[in-house]
Each structure stands twice: as C-alpha cells, then as structure tokens.
Design a protein around this ligand. Structure first.
Ligand SMILES: Cc1cc2nc3c(=O)[nH]c(=O)nc-3n(C[C@H](O)[C@H](O)[C@H](O)COP(=O)(O)O)c2cc1C
Ligand code: SF4
Length: 678
C-alpha cells in the first residue's frame, strides 16, 4: 500500500472513501430540463473512473420552486429527478467512488424572472448585487414551506442512491439567515446567533428525520464573510462548533469570504494570478478548533499542494474541483506515478465564468470536459499510421500535434518563431496571466514524450510541406492583429499586441479603441497605464470587455481603477488624423448624431485578428479535399472522407484563428475534434 498521504482511505461515518481527493459540488450547467441526463452522467462518471474518492454533484440543486435556476441548476424539487439520479449514482458507484449532491435554496441569489416567476425570498429586503433581485422578506409560511422542501429533496436524493447531501449555505438562503448583514427578521429566526442559526438547524433536523442516520449530511458554509458587520472569524468558529455539536451533521466544508459581488466570489474561488490555496490555513484553523471532519477547496490546483493540505492536517478531504475539470484522471496518474502527465488547471475560470453567461462549463484547454459522450480524455490509437504535417505551434497546432501523436501518427510541426505558444505566449506576458503558459508547456511535454518532431524558425512553404510527403496537412498558423477599422488614419494606430509584446512603447495620453472586447484590450490598457500614461478605453458596445466575463474582469478592475483608467461605452472611433506630434481621434456613435474629437498621442486598436492563411490557399489546389471539411462527419465524430480532387496528394485542414478569430478553447476544440478521427 502506498504511503502517499493523498492515497490513504478516510472513514466518514459509515462511508469509506478510497483516498483523500474529492471533487466539490459545482454546477457545470449541463442539466437538460433540470435533470442530470446522459451528458451530466458521462461527465460525472469520468471523474469517478479517474479515481477520485468522492464526486459531489450539482452545485446548488434547487429544493423549491422559488429558488429558480440561475445557472441551469438541477431541479431537486421534482420527483422525476429520482431515476436520473439513480442512473448516475449507480454508474459512479460501479467505478468505486462515492457520490453526494448539494442542495440549496438560493434565497435572494437568483432572479424573479426565471422559472415560475415567483417572488425571490430572503430574510430581508436587501438586494444581492450580483443577481439584482429585491427580495420579499420571508414570512412564517415561507420558512415552514422551505424547511419541508429541503426534507423532501433529501429524501429524493436518498431514493436516488446518493451517499449523502450537502447543504450549500454560503451566500445562499441558509447563510442569508446566519449572517447579520442579510437577516432583518425578528425572533424566532432573527436577532441573536441562536435565532439566526435556527433555520439551518430546523432544515438539518427535518432532513435527518427523513433520511435516517446511515446517510451523510454536510454543510458548505462561510466561517468568515470578510465583510464589515458580517460573520467574522470568531463568529465563524462559534458557528462551526455549534454545527458540530448539533449532532446532525457529519462534516464541515469550509468557505472563507462572500459571494454577493463578482469581486467577493473571485476571492472565494480565486482565478489565475491570485495566490494558490489562500484559505487552506483558515480551513486548518477550523479543523483544529472543532476536531471534526473538515473539507475544503479553493485553488489547490496541483498535487503537491493537495498533498501538503492532507499531510499537514489542514483538512481531511481536499477538493480539487477545477483541477478535475482540466484532468479527470488525476488520481489514476498519481497512482501510476505519472504526475507530470496531469494536465494542469491554469485558473482561467473560463469554466465558471461561462455558467454565469448562460453557457455550459467548458475548460479552456480540455475540450473533452463536458463533451465526454463525443470527445475522448484518452485518445485511442489509429489503425493506420499516417504522416501528419502541422504548421503553427500555437494552442491549436500543439493540440493537433498531441492528439495525432497519441493516435500513433508520425507528426512534424513547423513554426516560424523560435518558440511555441502563439498568442498564449503574448497573453502570458502579463504577470497575472503567466499560468496560461502551462497550456503550451504541458502540450510540449506530451509531444516530446510522444516523439513529435518540431522545426522552429521555419517559415514553411509549399516546398517545405511537399518534402515531407504528408498524408495530412493541418494549418494552424493563427492570425495577425486586425487594425484597419477606421475610415481614415489607419496608419496612425498600433495594435494591442504591439503594446503587449513590447514592440511599441506606450504613449502618455492614450485612447484604446476596443471593439473586440477580449483580454488583449484590457491587457494593453494595463501595460500602458502602468507605464504612467493616461488611458481611456472606448467601445461601441453597451458594456466594455464583454468577452472577458465576470470573474476574469475582477483582477483587471482592481488594477485599472487604481491606475485611473476611464471607460467610455457606446462611442465608436471613426477616423484618426495627425496634428503635429499629436493625433486627433474623430469619435462618433452607432446611435447617431454625435461627432466629437479627442486629442491623444497614441491610439491602440483592439479588433481581433485576421487569419494568416496564405499557406493554406497555396496548398489547397494540391489537396485531395480542396480544403473542404464535412461538418456532418466532424460533428458526428467520423473521419473526413471528402474527395474533390483525385490528383491531390494529401488531406488539407485549417483550424483555430487561421480560420477566423475566436478564442483558445475554440482553437483547441477545433484541433481535438478533427485530429481524434485522423
Ligand atoms: C463551473 C463551476 C460551478 C460551481 N458551482 C458551485 C456550486 O453550485 N456550489 C458550490 O458550493 N460551489 C460551486 N463551485 C465551486 C467549487 O465547488 C469549488 O469550491 C471551487 O471551484 C474552488 O475549488 P477549486 O479551486 O478546486 O476549483 C463551482 C465551481 C465551478 C468551476
Ligand atoms: S477553464 Fe481554467 S480554471 Fe477552469 S478548469 Fe480549465 S484551466 Fe481550470
């Protein structure tokens, strides 16, 4: 038996957990009709197969109709959920993992214009900034109804074969009762701590009566809201002790912070550039103060930190949740002593930000996550070995190279630069986004192991390709900044990349015209403002940087507001004109009737990229498929069979930004989806 602290079993009441790593509850927004159907099951089971001790499903499955789904949550208030849950729990148990589900009532953390359009309820009229609803202050019948709803839902989950239920208290209704900031009720549920915790205990008591003792009940709660007037650390320790002493609960899952605002949520679930394991010591203090089973997750992305968390006795079970979205097979790789093969979570929070924009959670650099029914996490070998030439060593090209090499093909990659990375290398120039380079480093490590040949400093042309005699050519040459967007004066502007790469020195009074609305615009703004310049970001959109999304915006705003960068929305830069050593910016608006001028010494345009596709078009006539892709075959997961030119000698494909400017995930998905069937 291994003596790795992470691989030691853990006895949680009657439940033996096979190691110390869990996936904490999270809602990837995969439910269909509020049910955990095939996609949900496939995603969950993949983590169980990968060796995790326990997977905790459903962030925040709703127990009541007036807790409508904000990010496509499961509807635990419907009886029809039971058979779906049963299929999932059976499949997870078959893999040797335990499975729990998180139940909640969101309280004010939802919207009234969803689901059945019922009023949002909370123990006060205080609005939550993030979801913007002004809640109804709860009445006695709301309280009684919701307590019963929790018990009913817990019973359904037990009937569905779950090993237990966790209550999502933090930021949701239960902690809205506990926190003095959000509870304006009079007794018996408001006022003293005893009264404010009464709702929580009434819920647990009602659930326990229904599910009996041989069922795990836990709570995920904030033990320090980090807000003036809120639950502080001392209160948190007292609350933790009371939870333990209630005898109703089997473990504590510790959160520090508050989630009512985007910055608050980002401190609870930190993104790239923020410190690793920021609340681990705090969780350790709760464990020490309570001597009670303690779980915790918050940016513990690597095995070494997780091992420390267990070895140092900070927690009993360590959560590696996003890490398992990036690589569901972490535990298997630990057991097989292949830790270096673990695909690293880079903290991009593409996964989490998407669910708040109504999308499914996808990992920025694992396109198989959430697509387990069609995309493989481990790519099978092909029957026939082919010669594959790939041009471009950015994320798309490297993913194609990795997957083709896993298939067993003979792979050569040409790259014009002297290093791999493409746009990711530029992104990683920002100290805060340095973790992005692991997307490249991990792929380079895998490609080297698999014997991919790299030719750097090589501008591949048709002759270079022909000399390789390939059967398949994949063009992943990316794009170049597109700045020609003005009616005149295009020659006076520079691109966001010029700034980020250091090729162009920042001016002193700078207008950034950003209608791409992605990271590059904000990154350029930060570089320029840090150099001491006055910066204005202008966009014709209704809001700035719409592609950056909520939690990713937080670190930028923390930096840009201090640097006094200003944001102007709904205005469009139309033209630029030289005036001595200054530039006059002519500004209009899509809404019409506006013509303004600004005088600056530098204009930066952020307008995405245009494909670098010359080589693709040069190679097209010599290809069998004339570059054509069968979308039906691509989507259904069949090999490409288009033949339009019998004289052609290779199949030709193009992926990523070499087709059209998109994002890193799209580039990697393009590559995986094509290359897995080559
Ligand atoms: C897509 C996504 C959805 C999440 N939804 C929930 C949720 O509904 N309830 C919850 O308690 N935590 C939720 N979380 C937070 C995770 O459980 C975990 O605490 C967080 O990701 C930090 O741990 P990590 O750094 O190991 O990922 C979610 C996380 C992700 C990535
Ligand atoms: S999107 Fe980023 S944070 Fe989310 S799982 Fe993937 S690498 Fe980790």
């Amino acid at each position: 038996m291994s003596n790795d602290p992470l691989l030691q079993p853990y006895q949680l009441k009657h439940l033996t957990l096979r190691n110390r790593i869990i996936v904490t509850s999270h809602e990837p927004a995969y439910p269909e009709d509020g049910m955990p159907k095939e996609r949900y099951r496939a995603y969950t089971v993949e983590r169980a197969k990968g060796g995790v001790a326990m997977t905790m499903t459903a962030g925040s499955a709703a127990v009541s109709k007036d807790s409508p789904p904000v990010f496509n949550n499961l509807l635990a208030y419907k009886d029809e959920i039971v058979p779906w849950v049963r299929e999932m729990t059976d499949a997870v148990h078959e893999q040797g993992a335990a499975i729990m589900i998180q139940l909640t009532h969101l309280g004010r953390r939802t919207r009234w214009d969803k689901g059945d359009w019922l009023p949002v309820v909370a123990p006060s009229h205080q609005r939550e900034a993030s979801h913007r609803s002004f809640p109804k202050k709860m009445e006695d019948w709301d309280i009684a109804r919701i307590i019963k709803d929790f018990a009913d839902a817990a019973e359904r989950m037990k009937a569905g074969g779950m090993d237990g239920v966790e209550l999502e208290a933090y930021g949701h209704l239960i902690d809205q009762f506990t926190s003095p900031l959000t509870n304006e009720l009079d007794g018996p549920y408001g006022g003293s701590l005893d009264n404010r915790m009464r709702f929580c205990f009434d819920v647990f008591r009602a659930m326990r009566e229904r599910v009996g003792d041989d069922f795990i009940l836990g709570v995920r709660y904030t033990a320090d809201e980090c807000l003036p007037g809120g639950t502080g650390k001392d209160d948190g320790i007292e609350i933790s002790r009371r939870l333990r002493d209630s005898g109703l609960i089997d473990y504590l899952n510790v959160i520090r912070g508050h989630i009512d605002t985007d910055p608050g949520l980002t401190d609870v679930i930190p993104i790239q550039g923020m410190a690793n394991s920021p609340h681990l010591d705090f969780a350790g203090e709760i464990r020490a103060a309570t001597n009670f089973p303690t779980f915790h997750a918050a940016k513990i992305p690597d095995v070494a930190t997780a091992r420390h968390a267990i070895a140092a006795g900070k927690v009993d079970m360590v959560g590696m949740t996003r890490a398992h979205m990036t690589d569901p097979h972490i535990v298997r790789k630990i057991i097989e002593k292949r830790e270096e093969d673990i695909r690293p979570c880079v903290g991009a929070n593409y996964c989490l930000d998407r669910i708040y924009q109504g999308g499914m959670a996808f990992c920025i650099h694992n396109a198989a996550t959430g697509r387990e029914q069609t995309m493989p996490h481990a790519v099978p070998k092909a029957d026939i070995r082919k010669k594959v030439v790939i041009v471009g060593a950015g994320p798309a090209g490297l993913e194609a190279a990795r997957v083709c090499a896993e298939r067993g093909h003979d792979v050569v990659v040409f790259e014009a630069a002297n290093h791999p990375g493409g746009q990711i290398r530029l992104t990683a120039q920002s100290e805060r986004r340095r973790e992005m380079i692991s997307i490249i480093d991990w792929r380079m490590g895998q490609c080297e192991k698999l014997g991919v040949t790299f030719q750097f400093n090589t501008w591949a042309d048709a002759d270079t390709i022909a000399a390789e005699n390939p059967e398949v050519v994949i063009i992943a040459t990316g794009g170049l900044p597109h700045t020609e967007v003005l009616s005149r004066g295009n020659e006076l502007v520079v691109s966001s990349w010029d700034i980020i790469s250091g090729d162009v020195k920042p001016g002193t009074n700078v207008l950034i015209f950003d209608d791409a609305g992605d990271h590059a615009g904000l990154q350029a703004a930060e570089f320029i403002a840090k150099a001491g310049a006055k910066v204005e970001i202008m966009t014709p959109d209704r809001s700035f940087a719409p592609e950056v999304m909520a939690m990713n915006l937080v670190p930028y705003m923390r930096s840009l507001q201090i640097l006094d960068v200003t944001f102007t929305v709904t205005y469009r830069l139309e033209a630029a004109e030289r005036s001595g050593n200054q530039i006059i910016a002519h500004v209009g608006s899509d809404y019409g009737g506006v013509a303004k001028q600004r005088t600056v010494d530098q204009i930066v345009v952020n307008h995405g990229t245009i494909p670098l596709d010359d080589l693709y078009f040069e190679l097209k006539p010599g290809s069998k498929n004339l570059g054509e892709v069968s979308y039906d075959e691509l989507i259904s997961g069949a090999p490409q069979t288009v033949e339009r030119n019998p004289a052609g000698s290779y199949q030709l494909f193009r992926i990523g930004d070499a087709v059209a400017a998109r994002n890193t995930h799209a580039a990697i998905y393009d590559a995986l989806r094509l290359a897995k069937d080559i």
